[in-house]
Design a protein around this ligand. Structure first.
Ligand SMILES: C[S@@+](CC[C@H](N)C(=O)[O-])C[C@H]1O[C@@H](n2cnc3c(N)ncnc32)[C@H](O)[C@@H]1O
Length: 263
């Protein structure tokens, strides 16, 4: 498995950041966390979730942690709030003391962390007794249509294409999420879903971000020979449901999970 590249902020924003930014406020609405908490955002990337926390959850502070130095810099610049700070670090060994925060969250990141259960255990460790540990991940099955169209076409072009559904199904489904949360000692575990419309103004608006090299699908496109890349593009163009004005209206569903640390 070729590791993902997470380093080019604008390419990430165009590909996935713009959609994570839409999910984050819905996730926070679902969480209904009290105001005045200290938060940690694990795998914060370019700051989609941290930014939503600052904008809508009235935190006392937010610490974003990500293993990509370039994304940590981007998050600090984008969020630009004195209550938010961003640190390079590994989700499996968070650079925070025990019980340092009131709530630990993570958006679209857990499935990319090797040993995700260890990351959840770390989120529980740094959260104060009675605090919340919560996350959202894409439903890589039918629920995340942008990626489902992509990987269905990709496996037509290359039967060995590394479909994220296969790769992440051990994490990104309700039962594994519930198991990870209860396995970390969290209580009152709830798994749910939030959906957003993902509307592309044109086929180019859908396809061009896949050429940016950030994450599994763009990484796969970058490794294709030009002839196969063009085949994949044309296959997608023929299969995506374009409206008469050229727009492509899809939806994306994320699984959400939350639990409480023992009091
Ligand atoms: C799909 S992005 C999600 C970023 C952001 N949370 C969002 O919603 O847009 C996945 C992120 O996980 C980060 N990541 C991957 N492995 C990690 C690890 N072991 N520790 C911390 N961050 C990690 C990547 O650098 C990347 O920023």
């Amino acid at each position: 498995m070729v590791p993902e590249r997470w380093s080019e902020r604008d390419a990430y924003e165009a590909y996935m950041g713009r959609w994570s930014r839409r999910v984050a406020p819905l996730f926070l609405r679902w969480l209904t966390a009290p105001v005045g908490l200290s938060w940690v955002d694990v795998g914060c990337g370019t700051g989609a979730l941290s930014g939503a926390v600052v904008a809508g959850a009235a935190p006392v502070e937010v610490t974003g942690v990500d293993s990509s130095p370039a994304f940590v810099t981007a998050a600090a610049e984008r969020v630009g709030d004195p209550r938010a700070r961003f640190r390079v670090g590994d989700a499996r060994e968070l650079p925070l003391a025990d019980h340092a925060v009131g709530i630990a969250v993570s958006g679209l990141a857990l499935n990319f962390v090797p040993e995700p259960a260890r990351a959840v255990a770390e989120m529980a460790r740094v959260t104060a007794p009675g605090g919340t540990v919560a996350a959202y991940v894409w439903d890589y099955g039918d629920g995340m249509e942008m990626l489902r169209y992509f990987w269905t076409a990709a496996t037509t072009v290359d039967a060995a294409a590394p479909d994220e559904l296969d790769r992440f199904s051990a994490v990104c489904r309700p039962d594994p999420l519930r198991t990870m949360w209860t396995g970390a000692g969290l209580q009152g575990v709830t798994v749910d879903a939030v959906s957003i419309p993902t509307t592309f103004t044109s086929f180019d608006d859908y396809w061009t971000p896949f050429l940016g090299g950030q994450g599994p699908a763009p990484g796969f496109v970058a490794r294709l020979e030009p002839v196969d890349r063009n085949r994949l593009r044309d296959l997608l163009r023929s299969r995506l449901p374009a409206a008469p004005d050229g727009s492509i209206r899809l939806t994306a569903r994320a699984w959400t999970v939350r639990g409480t640390t023992p009091a």
